[in-house]
Structures are given as structure tokens and as C-alpha cells.
Design a protein around this ligand. Structure first.
Ligand code: PLP
Length: 429
């Protein structure tokens, strides 16, 4: 069922883009370098399908890297955005919808009594860190290797040479002073967390409760509880970055599924419904440190933007209990289909999933941490992706990114996907 793919228009646009946009893109993973090919320029999308500028149609498992839990251009979400736009695109003054979305979020996530909206997850995690530092009077932050919290200077850190030592900049342009206050340990390593807490006074530990930026690497039994207990014992705050997992894996995110409550939650992606919106929130006492209720400064010209809030509200309101059951079933069909196809073709694949997120690791066992994810066969993943793209399936172009099935992925899309998966494995194995 190999579809013939033409790419003349994408190639022409890419050549022009390279003259005006660094690497031809506005965010690195879009360039598809990790899978050894050029980017695909998209013209339009509908439901689970995207169409590129050359007219090729794909079943989309990127879905804008998470926001589109209802698929592309969902009529009710589009309508909400259009209606909001007709009333004015931005006021720089409060609106009713901002109050409503804060109430909707609090209803779903009981740990979040108050919310501050931002325009990106990066801003939200940066601001949550500032708040944690202000509230504790401490500056050090504990984070995990392979976790991503946006491109905040202090969080663009990688592990130094020793266990639980100060982080070193993960990018040129990040000053050592910025990462000096960041300590990095391996995910799922409880002993390393305890050692780090014994050696440093942390303002906060920040974690993706379901890390999905090194592929999906869920916490081992008891690990999130250990983070909660260590933070409490040492007077630090626990921050869950639920930018991916929030409103996706359950109405109340990973904190609901795992039964562990953070002090602060960072949100994004799904709550913007495909428009730029993100947020951070937590208990009232903590959040009232934020200006103008308190003295911790944080602001944004387009924060709580009416279009973004309209898209977010429409998105959340469509997410009822049946929707989560359905997304769980779609995820399971995809995950088990990938597993079966791999077994049939003798491909060493370990499929990790939680509702709404799937990672097919080209590895014998599921990674426990970043080192495990690094050890997967990234070359095999790249070949798999290229073979899928040639057959009308658009996967995340990196072994480190999770697949995002949506509620728009119907049985026919899943059948097409698994046919392509089987053909791709036949080609590469
Ligand atoms: C995407 C992401 C961010 C950053 O959000 P942006 O809106 O891209 O700035 C932060 N944390 C996690 C876990 C993410 O996946």
C-alpha cells in the first residue's frame, strides 16, 4: 500500500525557508533532522489527517505535539475561536472567559485553586520556578535528566560529572550562573533524589509526572510519592509539569491517575486547544504571592488571550468521562497494534503507553530513565518514521517525542496506520 509521495512544493518552500528562518523552521523538531529527512510543509488539516503543500495526506500522530486532543479544526473549537475573534482579539483587560477557564481547571485539578495564564509552557514553568523561589526563600531547583520544561535558561541544564552536582548549560548562550542553581538526577532513581535532598536546600523539585520528552518513561511504583515525601520533609515545593499530561491522561492529569498532589502545576498544550495558552497554578496561599495579589512579578501582554481561552474552554468542555474512555481505547488499539506488528516481523520494539500517549521504543525493554531512552535504536526509529511517512502516516520525528493519538482517530485511521506499520516493519526488518 505504498503511496507515491511527491514533495516538489515542500522542497521549494524549504529552500526559501532556509534563507529566512534558522534551519528553515520556527521550532527545531519540525525540521525532521533526527530522522534524516527534510521537513514537510503543511497546508491544512481536518480531524486526524493533515495534508501537505504537495497534496499528500497523512494520519497525524503529532497533532501539534499535544494540544489537539480533539484532532484538527474541530468544528466547535473553530466556532468558539471565530466567535471570540469577532468580539475583539485582545483587550489587555479581564474577561469572563478567563474566570470560566480558571474555574474549569480548578474543577478538574483540585490541587489548583488559583491559576495564572501565560502564552507558552516555557513561560509557565519559568514563572512557577520564580514563585517557588520566592515562597521558600531558596534558589536551588532539582530536575530530572531527560525532562523538558521549556527552554528556560535554568532548566536547560544537563547533569554534571558527579551525582547530584550542579547542572551544566545544555545550550550555548545559557550562562553557567543560570544552571548553577539546578541539580539534576536520574528519573526513577529514588536514592539519588534522597541524596540530592540531603546535600542541597531546594526551593522545588520539578518533574513531568509522566515524562514524555525522552519518549514516554512513566514513574516506577512509589516514585512520585517519594518526591512528595522528600519535598515535604525538606520544606521544598513539588512542581508537576503537566504541560503534556494535563487534561490528556485523565481529566485531572497524571496527578489524578497517580494520586499524588503537587504544590504547583504547570499546564499548556491541551488547555490552549491549538492556540497559544498555558498556565501555572496551585493552592491559594501560594498563588497569592503573585502580583498584584502579592509581590512576585509576572505579566504578559497576551496572557489569557480571548481567542486562546475560547479554544481552551471549548476543548475542556468536550472532555467528558466518555471522551477519556474513548481516548484510552484508541491509545490501546494503537499500542497493541504496534506491539503485534513488531512481534510478527521480529522487530525488537517495546511499546509504552498511558491513555493519550504512546512511545514505540526500539529497545528490548522499557527505558527507566534518560540513559535508557538514549540507548534505544534511534537509527531504527528514524528508518521506521521515513517508511511510515512514505505510506501516509505522520509520526513524531524523534524517538524522544511521544505519539499523540487524538479523539479524531477513528477505526479507519487506526487500520490505515497499522497497515502502514506492518509494511514499514517489513521494509526495515
Ligand atoms: C511542550 C512542553 C513545555 C513547553 O511548552 P511551550 O509551550 O512549548 O513553551 C514544557 N513542559 C513540557 C513537559 C512540555 O512538553
Amino acid at each position: 500500500m505504498s503511496v507515491s509521495i511527491t514533495d516538489a512544493k515542500s522542497a521549494e518552500l524549504y529552500a526559501r525557508a532556509l534563507q529566512r528562518l534558522p534551519g528553515g523552521v520556527n521550532s527545531p523538531v519540525r525540521a525532521m533532522q533526527a530522522i534524516g529527512r527534510d521537513p514537510i510543509f503543511i497546508e491544512r488539516a481536518d480531524g486526524a489527517e493533515i495534508v501537505d503543500v504537495d497534496g499528500n495526506k497523512y494520519v497525524d500522530y503529532v497533532c501539534s505535539w499535544g494540544p489537539l486532543i480533539h484532532g484538527h479544526a474541530h468544528p466547535e473549537i473553530v466556532e468558539a475561536v471565530v466567535a471570540a475573534a469577532h468580539k475583539g482579539t485582545s483587550f489587555g483587560a479581564p474577561t469572563a472567559a478567563e474566570v470560566e477557564i480558571a474555574e474549569e481547571i480548578a474543577r478538574r485539578m483540585p490541587s489548583v485553586e488559583m491559576v495564572r495564564m501565560t502564552s507558552s509552557g516555557t513561560e509557565a514553568s519559568m514563572s512557577a520556578i520564580r514563585l517557588a523561589r520566592a515562597a521558600t526563600g531558596r534558589s536551588k531547583i532539582l530536575k530530572f535528566a531527560g525532562a523538558y520544561h521549556g527552554h528556560v535558561d535554568g532548566l536547560l541544564a544537563q547533569a554534571g560529572s558527579g551525582l547530584a552536582t550542579a547542572g551544566i548549560p545544555a545550550s550555548p548562550g545559557v550562562p553557567e550562573a543560570a544552571t548553577h542553581e539546578t541539580v539534576i538526577v536520574d528519573w526513577n532513581d529514588g536514592a539519588a533524589v534522597a541524596t540530592a535532598f540531603a546535600e542541597h536546600d531546594f526551593a522545588a523539585v520539578i518533574a513531568e509526572p509522566y515524562p514524555a520528552n525522552m519518549g514516554l518513561v512513566p514513574p516506577v511504583e512509589g516514585f512520585l510519592e517519594l518526591l512528595r515525601n522528600q519535598a515535604d520533609e525538606h520544606g521544598a515545593l513539588l512542581i508537576f509539569d503537566e504541560v503534556i499530561s494535563g487534561f490528556r491522561v485523565a481529566a485531572g492529569g497524571a496527578q489524578e491517575r497517580e494520586g499524588v498532589s503537587p504544590d504547583l502545576t504547570v499546564m499548556g498544550k491541551v488547555i490552549g486547544g491549538g492556540l497559544p495558552a498555558a498556565a501555572y497554578g496551585g493552592g491559594r496561599t501560594l498563588m497569592e504571592h503573585i502580583a498584584p495579589a502579592g509581590d512576585v512579578y509576572q505579566a504578559g501582554t497576551l496572557s489569557g488571550n480571548p481567542l486562546a481561552v475560547a479554544a481552551g474552554l471549548a476543548t475542556l468542555r468536550l472532555l467528558d468521562d466518555p471522551a477519556y474512555l474513548k481516548l484510552g481505547a484508541i491509545t490501546e488499539t494503537l499500542a497493541s497494534g504496534l506491539r503485534d506488528a513488531a512481534a510478527q516481523h521480529g522487530v525488537a520494539l517495546t511499546v509504552v503507553s498511558v491513555p493519550g500517549l504512546v512511545t514505540p521504543f526500539f529497545a528490548e525493554t522499557a527505558p527507566r530513565d534518560y540513559a535508557g531512552a538514549q540507548a534505544a535504536d534511534h537509527g531504527a526509529y528514524a528508518a521506521f518514521c521515513r517508511a511510515l511517512l512514505a505510506r501516509g502516516v505522520y509520526p513524531p520525528a524523534s524517538q524522544y517525542e511521544a505519539w499523540f493519538p487524538s479523539l479524531a482517530h477513528g477505526p479507519a485511521h487506526l487500520d490505515r496506520t497499522l497497515d502502514a506499520v506492518n509494511a514499514a516493519f517489513a521494509e526495515i526488518s
